[in-house]
Every structure is written in structure tokens, then in C-alpha cells.
Design a protein around this ligand. Sequence first.
Ligand SMILES: [Zn+2]
Length: 483
Amino acid sequence: MNWEAVIGIECHVELKTQTKMFCGCPNEFGAEPNTNVCPVCLGMPGALPVPNRVAIEHMVRAGLAFGAEIPAFSKFDRKNYFYPDMPKDYQISQFDMPLTSGGEVKYWLDDGTMKSCRLTRIHLEEDTGKSSHAGSGDGRIAGSEYSLVDFNRAGVPLMECVSEPEIRSSQDAVAYLTSLRETLLQLDVSDVKMEEGSLRCDANVSIRPVGATELGTKTEIKNMNSFRSVQRAIDSEIRRQIETVEAGGRVVQETRGWDEARGETHTMRSKEEAHDYRYFPDPDLVPMELQGDDIDRLRSSLAELPWQRFQRLTGEYGLNVKQAGQLIDNARLAEYFDRVVTASRNPQQSTNFVLGDLSRLANESGVAVADSKASPDDVAELIAMVDAKTINSKIAKTLVERMWKGDGSPKAIVEREGLSQTSDPGAVETFVDDVLAANPNIVAEYRAGKTNVAGFLVGQIMKASRGKADPALVNTVLKRKLE
Ligand SMILES: [Zn+2]
């Protein structure tokens, strides 16, 4: 039987703010345990929460970027939660009236196809503290001697982004996450670092016969620490479910952990607890009423989104997916590239110079292209000189390196050092004649049928002209003289 996978992704994203969601404690990663805490985030009696305006604006901007609706009213609810990493026994979250509703994440695949996956919801909540268990060897609570709790993370603003089960493969899941991550980076609402826990994701996976419309029993995979582990974990879980069903068994609804070293998922909680969070509106927080003006202001602060940039770069400018990906990964390089294209009106050559020569120099020197001494206008001037055949491509490469070092504009360097391309047929003919006269044996070899020696002669002629001869003209003249 042919099976298809049905995948939904749940992401928790810590928002980038100076302070926590409901108090003035710093929102920072890596501080000494339990140093960024106060009566509010520890849930001491009588402490009152005050919402963080920046976090709410981040949420609205993210919602707008994903095409979600921003309802005029929304509210905070208490979600009863009985774990030791949340000392007040509830988490402030959103239940039936979240800050945004609906929306979709548009993403692109390696072959350039655009896809989209709808969002069920994005809501705002506070993060919990972090427990660690010692003495068991593998960090799990089972068999541990004691547990430690760090409340620094408790109360950090957390965006929860839940997708519909519309993803069909692990590659699509990674493409979805990439687009989501790039968008949040572009909006500057989160660091989205998986290794620091500011982006955490779980995948819901089920399988069904191709063509079926009903959903199969799903499992939830946790503990994936990189996009690569997301891809491997989903693939491994799809395989496991197919093998289970084809062997006559059935998939059990459960939470499974991903074991990176063994490359397989394992049961974490076999019985799905009946989640009864008993939500109720938080009596300490008044409902939020968003003004149209505020939403318009936030909407106008959105720059070009990664998927829009992808479409422009591949569609309008003809870049391939890899090149477009390089520019989407690096907003400052993309901005630089745009300035070069605007000034030169030559996307193809702009791509060659920015992603080729300049990016190579950036890698070698550790200086970003955008911080280099080669300005976008200078690069555009260089492209214009190549287009006009004032210089050949070999000289152009040398000029890029000179511009990088700060030797001035390409025009200035060429004028100063007489590097203009020699397109004068008489001059080129002289170079050719000299080289032919100096290499009678090679000429004889060529005439005897060994035509590949022409390359050597071209090299000698270019050298004689100090690299300035027009290569196309050299080839034409040489061919005429040899035959
Ligand atoms: Zn606090």
C-alpha cells in the first residue's frame, strides 16, 4: 500500500524583549539561575502582572506578516498547570480570544516551488521555568536523585504557533520552519535560536493510505534540537508507523522523544493524559482592546517578507534557489545586493559579483560585504564598465579586490593605471603577431592538427597585453592568422 504522511508543527518562540511578559525582570539567556526573578514572575500572593507592550506589538506584527486576522478584542486566561517549574500553579496564556487568528506560512522548496500551510492560531503566553534532574545519568527524571529548578525563564513572553496538519513530508516541514524562522528574524521579534531554546518545536505525525481523507492516529515528537533532527525524526517516525501498521499492529496516540544518537523516537508518555487545563479569564488582567491606528502603524512597519523576497529574486531577477536562499539568510547582504541591482540594472552581473567575488572576499577576510570598502555604487560602476567592454572580466576580478582594499572607484583605478581594455584591432594584431613570431613550434603543431595549443597562445597574448586585450577580439584575430 502507498502511504502518505500528515504532519502538523507546533512552535514555541520566545519573544525578544528587554523585560519579561508581566514584570520588569530582564529577559536574558544564560544568567545565573534564579537571579532574574521577582514576586510577580514567582507568583507571590498579591503580586500583580502588567502586560509588556513590546511583546504584544511583536505578536501583532507576526500575525500581520502571516496574514492572520487581528481581532479588536483579546484577553489573557489562566491555564491551570501543576508542574514545579511554574510556582504559581497556573500559566498566563490565551484560550478562546487570542491576539491573532488564522493566517498561513508561505514557504519554498529546493526546486523553487512555493507552498503554504495554514495556521490554526498564534497566541501569546508566558514561558515556564526550567527543571533539571541530576543523578540519573541521562537527565531524565526517572531514577534521578534530586531536581533543580531555575525560574529565570518563567514569565518570558512566548509565542505559540500551531499549524494545521497540512505538511506532507519532512522536507516540507523543514522548509516551513525555515520560512517561519526567517520571517521572525526579519521582523526582529525573536532570536529564534534552537540551541538557546528561543525556538522550540514539536511535530505531530500520522500516516494514512494515499487518497484517504480521514486522519490516522498521531504521535507527537519532542526533543528535536535542530532542523536536521526535525527532518530525521519525522522520517524515522513515518517509517516506524508504516512498519507497525504493515506488520498488523496499530499506532498508539502518545508523546515520543527523539534520540539524536540512536536516530529513532521512543515512547515518553504512552497514555495521553486527558488535558483539563480548566482555563478561565485572568482576573488580574483586563481584556486588550487594539486600536485600528495601532494596527495600521504596525502593518506599515513590515518590510519585505522572506517569501516575497524569494519570489522577487527568483522570478523578477532570475536567481536560482540557492542564490536566493543565500540572500534570504542574510538581510544586510540582500539589502546591499538590491542597491547594486538598482544602480546597475543588471541582476545577472550583480549576482555574479555580490554572491561570487565579493562573498568570497568576505569569507576570506571575515568582513561582511555590507561593511566592506566596496560600495554598491562602485560595484554598479564596475558592472557598467564590463557591459561597455571598457574592461574585460579578468581585469574586473582584479578591480573587485582593489575596491575591497579601498583603492577607490573602479573608474578611478582604471584611469590611474591605464587598465582599459584594448579593443583596438591594430594593437591586438600586433600582440598576436609578436606571440606567433616567438612561438614557431607551437604554430606548426597547431597547423598539424593539434588545435588545443591555441589556449596556450591566447594566454601568451593576454600576458603580452598585461591582461587588457579584449579576449573575444584576441580569439578572432588569432584564428584568422593561424588558418
Ligand atoms: Zn519578574
